[in-house]
Ligand binder design. Structure first.
Ligand code: HEC
Ligand code: HEC
Length: 189
């Protein structure tokens, strides 16, 4: 083997190894890094504050996308841009894998409104998965705080939150629909 072949096969091995390491998140490292997140997001990632989302059991690819969006400023929120600003891609993947592994608790929803919302969520399940349990980069909505979901739908509507296909969908919902749909989603497990 000449030097060029040796060097290039070394680089190739390095690249393959590097991608294997990146592909396997370190849940234990994620746990250490995520300890302070629970100050706002609740013990075990189940938030007690209706304005702060629960993160336990959320889809890891969605969590990682949001943390990168806060870090890069494509999703705006003062608190979260500060929190995500210093995270590397590797730390983000570790944290996302850890949060996704935690058992989630349902926030609950107001039952009369939830009943009204039930007929309007079929469309949502197409992307958010059956029972809105999430799929890939599309978040779990089941059991999330209705007040938080309402604020996000309003942000998609007014264009202050831009990522993904949600602007058009949010624009199809009246303010009453948004309340009914989010109370229903919050009531799911
Ligand atoms: C000072 C309080 C605070 C701390 C600490 C905090 N967050 Fe947040 N986080 C928030 C708030 C408030 C929101 C909702 C932002 C919005 O309305 O868009 C949020 C949103 C998020 C979201 C988006 C969830 C979704 O459903 O779209 C993720 C992911 C997230 N935080 C992860 C973290 C991680 C990981 C940490 C720790 C490294 C952390 N947060 C620490 C307050 C906090
Ligand atoms: C065409 C696919 C699609 C459909 C249909 C859809 N969504 Fe979404 N939704 C997404 C994607 C993708 C995201 C993630 C956007 C991002 O990365 O910021 C999202 C994000 C959301 C969020 C933000 C959640 C969070 O944790 O911050 C809410 C709320 C939401 N959708 C509600 C709904 C509701 C309610 C419906 C049905 C009326 C619906 N979606 C239908 C694709 C869809």
């Amino acid at each position: 083997m000449n030097l060029v072949t040796k060097v290039s096969s070394g680089i190739l091995l390095g690249l393959v190894w590097g991608s294997v390491v990146m592909a396997a998140p370190d849940i234990e490292a994620g746990k250490q890094r995520a300890a302070m997140c629970f100050n706002c997001h609740g013990a075990g990632g189940n938030s007690q504050n209706p304005n702060v989302p629960s993160l336990a059991g959320q889809k890891p690819a969605y969590l990682a996308n949001q943390l990168r969006a806060f870090r890069e400023g494509t999703r705006t929120n003062g608190m979260m841009q500060n929190m995500a600003g210093g995270l590397s891609n590797e730390e983000i993947n570790n944290i996302a894998a850890f949060l996704a592994s935690l058992p989630s608790k349902s926030a609950g929803g107001e039952s009369a409104l939830a009943k009204k919302g039930q007929s309007k969520v079929t469309l949502c399940f197409g992307c958010h998965g059956s029972g809105a349990k999430g799929m890939g980069v599309t978040p779990k909505l089941a059991g999330q705080h209705p007040a938080y979901l309402q604020r996000q739908l309003a942000a998609f509507k007014d264009g202050s939150r831009k990522n993904g296909p949600m602007r058009g969908i949010a624009n199809m919902l009246s303010d009453d629909d948004i309340i009914a749909v989010t109370e229903y989603l919050g009531s799911l497990q």
